[in-house]
Structure formats: C-alpha cells, structure tokens
Ligand binder design. Structure first.
Ligand SMILES: [Zn+2]
Length: 275
C-alpha cells in the first residue's frame, strides 16, 4: 500500500529509517518526489508539553550568550536588508523572546507569534506586538505583511503545507518570506546519518530539504530569490535535546567562507518573494 506525501501531495512516501529516543520509536518516511522526510505525530499534547518546556532556554539569556545571539541575528537582519526590505510590517512566526525582531532595527512595524508564555512576555517587553496563538487562528487579512519570517519553526508543525499557503495569503505582493530549517540533504547531515541532531521527534516532525521547500513554496506563488546554508544559530544552545548537536563537531570542517550556497552546513535559509 502506498501513501501520499503530506507536503507536496504528489509523491509517494516510504519508510527510510527509525529514530529511537527517550520519547519512543518514530518511523521516518521519505517522499520519492520532493525528498522531504517526516514522522506522523498523533499526540498533540506531547507537542504542547514540549513547546512550553523546551522552547525557553534560560542559559541563552546570560549576558555573554545574549551577545552571541544578537550577533547572529544582526547577521540575519543584514540579509533581509540586502534584499531591499529595509522597512514595512514584519511578522516573525515563532518569535520566541523577540531577539530577531529586536536586532532587525528601526523602521519596521514588528509583530510576532509565540505560544510559549515566558518568551512571549519577554518579546512584548521589547515593544513587539505578540499573538499567543497559532497562525491559522490569528485570521490576518490578505496581504497584511511585507515580511514574514520562520526561523527553526516549520520542522515542528504537523501541517507545513497549510502554513505555506497561509503565509502566501498574508504576504503582500512582492513581499518576502524567510524560511530557515534543517536540510536533510546537506553534507553535514549525510555525514551524521541518523545521528543528525535535527532528528528529534516528536519535537521535530518534518525534515526538509531545499528541493521540497522551493517546490511547495512555488505552488503558492513564493519564488526563491536567494538562499544560503548556515549553522542555524544553534551552536550555543544548551537545550537538552539540542545539546546533541555539540557532539557533532565534524561539520565544523566545512566552515568554508564564500561557499555557503552549497549545502555543507545543515541549515537552509530560503528567501522567497511573493509573485
Ligand atoms: Zn513530497
């Protein structure tokens, strides 16, 4: 019996591996068309528990770590400005404590979505308008935003295809969608195999690649204008699940400057313009 891909909806999925961890055994399925992998997570309560428990990492907010966090986000802000988006309304989905929006600087109307309470309050204290509910429940009007960003968010969701459609709907024509997530086809991922630190179900349900994201984004009038591969900004994380990443030091061999458009690093940064 063959099953259809929940992301591109045209490919067939087949089990490619099993990930075992403290939360159970998770079959991972690979799509033969778009080449994303995913594991079906049924218990949304587990999801909710993990969101509240794991998405706020106090250790990140020591002064020394915060400096590194801000350096990282200022670098990311430069990419957005370089693409010509120097002002306008911004929605950061999964904004956490609002560090990215803070580092984006002046000239923008800033809002974020964050369902975990502690980080949401911290984002509000930075003057950011925070919606404490999932995107679909916000009911934004068509073409509400100039920029919509999703950093390390899409891999957590159970229906990323619906999210992609909703992002396209709320973006203005010519607006920018930024998606950063792990890339399962990167060289780092290939070296690590099932030990890749992104394989942490049920916290992560989808394991994307550039091909899958550009394919499905394109279906919703989102065209990739620019991309690069990076470390994902998680190298300083002390979160229990993300700590596994620190064991994977081999990837640092691939920190070659000027070569970031090829997938050595395991995080894909895609910049899509709404057509
Ligand atoms: Zn697919």
């Amino acid at each position: 019996m063959s099953q259809r891909c929940p992301f591109c909806e045209k490919g067939e999925i087949h089990q490619s591996l099993t990930i075992k961890n403290e939360f159970g055994n998770f079959p991972i399925y690979l799509c033969d068309r778009c080449e994303m992998e995913y594991t079906p997570i049924k218990d949304q309560q587990i999801d909710e528990m993990l969101v509240q428990k794991h998405f706020f990492d106090e250790d990140l907010y020591t002064i020394a770590n915060l400096k590194k966090v801000h350096e990282y986000w200022r670098g990311e802000a430069k990419h957005i400005k370089m693409l010509g988006y120097t002002s306008g309304s911004v929605l950061d989905i999964g904004c956490n404590t609002g560090e990215f929006l803070f580092c984006l600087g002046e000239g923008y109307q800033k809002s974020g979505i964050e369902i975990a309470d502690v980080p949401a309050s911290m984002a509000e204290s930075k003057g950011i308008t925070v919606y404490r509910k999932i995107l679909e429940d916000c009911h934004f009007r068509d073409e509400s935003f100039d920029i919509v960003t999703l950093y390390a968010l899409i891999e957590h969701l159970s229906d990323p295809r619906a999210l992609m459609q909703e992002i396209s709907r709320i973006l203005k024509k010519g607006g920018l969608a930024v998606i950063m997530t792990g890339d399962r086809k990167s060289m780092k991922t290939k070296l690590l195999g099932k030990n890749w630190h992104m394989y942490i179900p049920p916290l992560h349900q989808f394991f994307f690649c550039r091909k899958a994201l550009t394919m499905v984004a394109g279906e919703f009038s989102l065209k990739e204008k620019y991309h690069f591969f990076g470390h994902g900004g998680m190298t300083f994380a002390s979160n229990k699940l993300l700590k596994i990443a620190e064991k994977a030091t081999l990837w640092q061999l691939f920190s070659l400057s000027g070569m970031n458009s090829i997938p050595f690093y395991d995080h894909y940064y895609g910049y899509f313009q709404k057509e």
